[in-house]
Design a protein around this ligand. Structure first.
Ligand SMILES: Cc1cc2nc3c(=O)[nH]c(=O)nc-3n(C[C@H](O)[C@H](O)[C@H](O)COP(=O)(O)OP(=O)(O)OC[C@H]3O[C@@H](n4cnc5c(N)ncnc54)[C@H](O)[C@@H]3O)c2cc1C
Length: 387
């Protein structure tokens, strides 16, 4: 019997496996995908702080992100410039493999092609059923960490059956022509309520993607046509990939002998859908709680509740403000979005914000607060919303 079984060997599951193994616990990771992982549907943009805190030993940077271009629905341009790097574009496939390698080196067992089908929480252990090829087998552990990403409401102890507040990320790799910076495209025709992106990975390759609740296939096709017509991208034979993004945590992220972490727990930035940093941040809290509970041999829900209390203290307010801001943003028409870009350019609002200490790549509520305290923004935003 393992001390801890982790379901899902993505970045968050792998990171927790390493953390618990380093503390001397026996750890197994069940990952349904194969070791080569295929293509992971993720853009791989992380803040400088995230990279430096969690990933700097792994040599994953493909490109530095200091500036970005935002295009309004009618093609008006807003330049976001900063004097220092704000983010890095990292090799997402290598990220998962590198974290898994760390976990294995620390003593964790990693099982690929092991898809968990069910788990049963008993009074003294958890009984986990998985499928490997066509064979169904089982394994036991004192506790289970659910890090299986989007739509993890599949096991019966979890009362949340489905991710209700979610969007779908669609992405494809292309060749680009002279794209130096991250480009963001806003507008109902590109990604209603969200945004689209063109992100260079190197001199040749770029990722084109978007988030949308409905018709990701159609929106991605239309967006690619738009970029192609502008001479920015060319087909490189890649196939589009799609993945769900949870935008709201389930009601509870812990129970008897289990906790949920990462995308499985909705630990995602509601404005951008980015989940690597919040997931890793919460993974640290998960390691601390599980380590203590294992040492005290007390894995009751009441004990594991500390984990949720701690991560919600850090992120709940932030997520609420950002969800509200996204709600406002999604109400704006293309004409209003155009006006906002005009306003931002005319009044130097973005320069003011990017120069301020409030600018934080991970905690957007600070920028939202800052923006709404600028009289020009609040007045013009409300005027813009009012039409
Ligand atoms: C298009 C797109 C672009 C994105 N871009 C960014 C970005 O630029 N920056 C950023 O921070 N975030 C981004 N994200 C989000 C980011 O990818 C996730 O937040 C991150 O992958 C969460 O990691 P995780 O380990 O919690 O979950 P995942 O990475 O989803 O890992 C979960 C793992 O669990 C496995 N699994 C699932 N079910 C089972 C099962 N039953 N049994 C065993 N294994 C199972 C899966 O195979 C997977 O390997 C993007 C997402 C999308 C869709």
């Amino acid at each position: 019997m393992y001390d801890a079984l982790i379901i899902g060997g993505g970045p968050i599951g792998g990171y927790i496996a390493k953390g618990l193994a380093e503390k001397g616990h026996s750890v197994g990771v069940l990952e349904k995908g194969s070791e080569d992982r295929g293509k992971i549907c993720c853009t791989g943009i992380v803040s400088k702080n995230c990279y430096q805190t969690y990933l700097s030993d792994k040599d994953l940077i493909l490109k530095h992100g200091r500036s970005a271009k935002v295009y309004s629905p009618s093609g008006k341009l807003l330049n976001l410039n900063h004097k220092e790097d704000q983010a890095f574009i990292i090799d997402r496939n290598r990220l998962d493999s590198a974290i898994a390698a760390d976990a294995i080196e620390s003593g964790a067992d990693f099982f690929y092609n092991h898809a968990v089908k069910n788990l049963d929480v008993l009074s003294d252990r958890v009984f986990v059923e998985y499928q490997n090829d066509t064979r169904v087998s089982s394994v036991e552990a004192k506790t289970v960490i659910i890090a299986s990403g989007f739509n993890s409401g599949w096991f019966k102890q979890n009362r949340v059956k489905k991710d209700l507040n979610f969007t779908i990320g669609a992405q494809i790799e292309v060749y680009h022509r002279d794209t130096e910076e991250i480009e963001i495209y806003i507008g109902k025709h590109v990604a209603p309520g969200f945004f689209g992106w063109l992100v260079p990975l190197d001199d040749k390759r770029a990722l084109v993607g978007l988030m949308t609740k409905n018709n990701p296939n159609k929106y991605l096709k239309d967006f690619l046509t738009l970029l192609d017509e502008q001479g920015k991208v060319a087909n490189n034979g890649d196939k589009a990939a799609y993945r769900g993004i949870t935008l709201q945590p389930p009601q509870r992220t812990y129970g008897e002998r289990f906790i949920m972490v990462g995308d499985a727990a909705g630990q995602v930035k509601p404005l951008t859908g980015g989940g690597i940093y919040f997931g890793l941040l919460c993974a640290d809290m998960a390691i601390k709680t599980i380590d203590r509970a294992l040492n005290e041999d007390d894995l009751r829900a009441v004990k594991l509740a500390t984990y949720e209390k701690e991560w919600k203290q850090k992120l709940n307010k932030e997520m609420q403000i950002c969800r509200f801001a996204r709600g406002v943003y999604s109400q704006l028409s293309n004409r209003q979005l155009d006006r906002l870009i005009d306003i931002s350019n005319t009044f130097g609002i973005v320069d003011e914000i990017t120069a301020s200490d409030e600018l934080d790549f991970d905690f957007h509520s600070r920028v939202i607060r800052k923006a709404t305290t600028l009289p020009t923004v609040s007045k013009l935003l409300w005027r813009s919303i009012a039409g």
